[in-house]
Design a binder for this molecule. Structure first.
Ligand code: NAP
Length: 337
């Protein structure tokens, strides 16, 4: 599925090409599942930092079976189910990827289920355990608690013994309660702040903020002494106009300033799932493998539930994107080639 330029969700094009061949160090994957991430909402608008030039194949991650391996790759990989973080290129029937970036999917975990925790699981784990370093007994606020990342994040936090307040539309509140979350509505920002203060009068130990703008300031104000604000996107800027780079620079400067000023030991930081992949490639791959294996293991043993918002055939990606952008979905919209 090719994103040809700035288009509405129905503007993606099916292209047919010969199946690629795995070169040295690579594996050919027969894709069994990919998914719609928030990133593609930005990419189709030309508003995802660092996206490739049009045309390109989107698809932030994939799950599939190894169909062939290139020279130098262990033949034992053949026929195994693997997961991969791609950023782009996942919306395809076959993909050639570096074999050392593939992570085995445990037996018994289906492709659609595994798909819900690839970029979302890596991100959620990184936010919780690599950035905020949450501890049992703490309280956190999760914005976007019904989203793809959010539904994994709240489950991982509960598993770590953390109390979770989750911001989401009321339509999702019962389902979030079933995951052990205390839901709050985000429609009225002042009401959200008041409700969080009521639930956590001393402040929360961490806030996970993908919204940015005025929400980020409120997130910082809601932190307890010693707490951590982890910003990880500016969703509020995805549909806007104007250059994104200055907004990101201003965001990073704001987080640094908050951390440096006297602030009762509070810390503000930014998380990016790709951070370090160029400068520290080997360490990046090791963390990716370790974190994704852990999260897939928690899915396999039933600790995590795969929150699948909807399943679509890959060729119906336009409908899948429209649903993903409808502000009605809980969990991950999965694409099946
Ligand atoms: N930094 C990283 O490494 C990294 C990695 C992966 C994802 N992300 C970010 O993580 C976020 C979630 O990604 P996803 O794929 O899970 O997306 P998703 O499934 O579409 O979920 C988006 C969530 O954010 C909420 N949201 C969006 N715009 C909002 C706004 N203006 N105000 C309040 N809530 C809003 C949505 O609520 P409604 O359903 O009510 O609209 C939903 O809960 C995105 O912002 C994405 O860019 C960052």
């Amino acid at each position: 599925m090719v994103l040809p330029g700035l288009v509405e969700p129905d503007g993606l094009i099916v292209r047919r090409r010969p199946i690629p061949t795995a070169a040295a160090g690579q594996a050919l994957i027969r894709v069994e599942a990919s998914g719609v991430s928030f990133a593609e909402q930005g990419m189709r608008r030309g508003r995802y930092p660092g996206q490739p030039k049009f045309p390109f194949v989107p698809g932030y991650d994939l799950v599939g079976t190894v169909a062939a391996v290139g020279p130098g790759v262990d033949a034992a990989l053949l026929g195994t189910r693997v997961a991969a973080l791609t950023k782009t290129g996942g919306w395809t029937s076959h993909a050639v990827l570096a074999a050392n970036t593939l992570v085995p999917v445990p037996a018994g975990v289906g492709p659609a289920e595994a798909e819900t925790v690839v970029v979302n699981g890596l991100t959620a784990w990184g936010l919780l355990h690599r950035k905020a370093r949450v501890r049992r007994g703490q309280t956190v606020l999760v914005h976007g608690a019904n989203g793809g990342v959010g539904t994994v994040l709240v489950q991982l936090a509960r598993h770590a013994g953390v109390r979770v307040i989750g911001a989401a539309s009321p339509r999702h509140h019962d389902a979030l309660r079933a995951l052990g979350v205390e839901p709050v509505d985000y429609a009225d920002p002042d009401a959200l702040v008041a409700r969080v203060r009521e639930l956590a009068p001393g402040g929360v130990d961490a806030v996970f903020d993908n919204i940015g703008g005025a929400t980020l300031h409120r997130s910082w104000q809601l932190l307890a002494p010693g707490g951590t604000l982890v910003s990880y996107a500016i969703a509020s800027a995805t549909k806007g106009t104007g250059a994104l780079a200055p907004r990101f620079i201003a965001l990073l400067a704001r987080l640094a300033a908050w951390t440096m000023l006297p602030n009762k030991g509070r810390r503000a930081t930014f998380y990016h799932v790709w951070s370090g992949h160029r400068m520290h490639a080997a360490r990046f791959r090791a963390h990716l493998r370790q974190d994704l294996s852990t999260v897939l293991g928690l899915l396999a043993d039933g600790t995590l539930t795969a929150e699948i918002g909807a399943r679509f055939p890959l060729a119906e990606v336009g409908a899948a994107m429209r649903l993903a952008e409808s502000h009605t979905v809980r969990g991950k919209v999965v694409l099946l080639p």
